[in-house]
Ligand binder design. Structure first.
Ligand SMILES: [Zn+2]
Length: 330
């Protein structure tokens, strides 16, 4: 009974990469030479990757297609259509503007384009949104500073936060302290990918040095009981992406995934896809997993949506509106 209605339920999604969500339709519009076989092979991660690094590589093909205003606009609109189809009512979309400057666009123009088209789509599809700009682990100090300065410049528009993504195991945080210090001094909200390719030490380092209140993934906190207590007592929120963690071989299967343990430890968490195309899923199919495999019920799903709203980067006015919708529907 619950399973049938999951698609219609309003949902909040906080962890979603713009370049990991291109449908075949939009890829074909941008480059008609790419056929379905090439799309399935290049844009979707294999059933299990050897690592997070291999998983991320799939986004490179999408990034290459998103180097001009028209293509970027098509990709954003394509994403909003996908979100509407499963009743996402609030989304935080993240991307690294500096990756889209291989053609004529400047990083500032990239952010302006994404924000403009998101504004239009937000009205058209009745979905609230916030943008998160990503610096990447392998970026230089200057690239990281440029990214946070874009957040500052656009923070009265649709941009609300800074994130650090990419290869956690391959690159240290050293180049990024300046950007996150700048964010802290300028009241810019932050999240950071950690505790996926590396364990609890990486989460502790990220919390201490980047001063974030949210962690992307963070699932390997379960290897350290003290850290779990810290997360709970300090209201640190984990953005959990189940299938993504299985595709990257962080866990072998849903049965081995610690989401249920984290949830029952009263650590604040939300559920997201990470990327619909790259993981070959949507948020409804992720809800189906926790309902069918872990026995979660409607009240559990309601809690993760309320946790998501409370830790979202949007305005208190929008939070109130979202809470109302979730409380009525669940
Ligand atoms: Zn991610």
């Amino acid at each position: 009974m619950l399973g049938k209605n999951l698609r219609k339920l309003p949902k909040i999604e906080l962890h979603l990469h713009l370049d990991c969500c291109l449908s075949f339709d939009v890829v074909k519009k941008i480059n008609p030479k790419i056929d379905i076989e090439a799309y399935n092979k290049k844009f979707k991660a294999p059933s299990t990757c050897s690592s997070v690094k291999e998983y991320i590589k799939c986004a490179e093909y999408a990034v290459d297609l998103m180097q001009d205003e028209k293509s970027i606009s098509l990709v954003v609109e394509d994403l909003f259509e996908q979100l509407k189809a499963e009743n996402i009512i609030y989304v935080e979309i993240r991307f690294a503007p500096l990756l889209h400057c291989k053609g004529e666009l400047s990083s500032k123009e990239v952010v302006q384009i994404v924000d403009d088209i998101c504004k239009n789509c937000s009205k058209k599809y009745c979905i609230h949104y916030a943008l998160i700009l990503c610096t990447l682990r392998h970026f230089s100090k200057n690239q990281s500073m440029e990214t946070v300065q874009l957040v500052e410049e656009f923070k009265n528009s649709g941009v609300f936060a800074l994130d650090i993504a990419a290869d956690e195991a391959g690159f240290s945080l050293d180049n990024h302290f300046g950007a996150f210090d700048f964010a802290f001094e300028n009241n810019i909200s932050c999240t950071a990918h950690a505790g996926e390719a590396k364990g609890p030490e990486s989460i502790k380092e990220t919390l201490k040095k980047l001063k974030v209140k949210r962690i992307g993934h963070g699932v390997r906190c379960v290897e350290d009981k003290k850290l779990m207590n810290y997360l709970k007592n300090n209201n640190i929120h984990l953005e959990i992406c189940l299938t993504s963690n299985i595709k990257t071989l962080t866990y072998e299967s849903i049965d081995a995934h610690p989401i249920d343990k984290i949830f029952k430890s009263n650590i604040s968490l939300s559920m997201s896809t990470d990327g619909r195309t790259i993981s070959n899923i949507d948020l409804t199919s992720e809800y189906e997993l926790v309902v069918n495999k872990l026995g979660w019920d409607l009240s559990d799903l309601k809690k993760v949506n309320i946790d998501a709203i409370n830790h979202s980067f949007t305005t208190s006015e929008i939070k109130k509106e979202l809470l109302k919708k979730i409380n009525i529907s669940y």
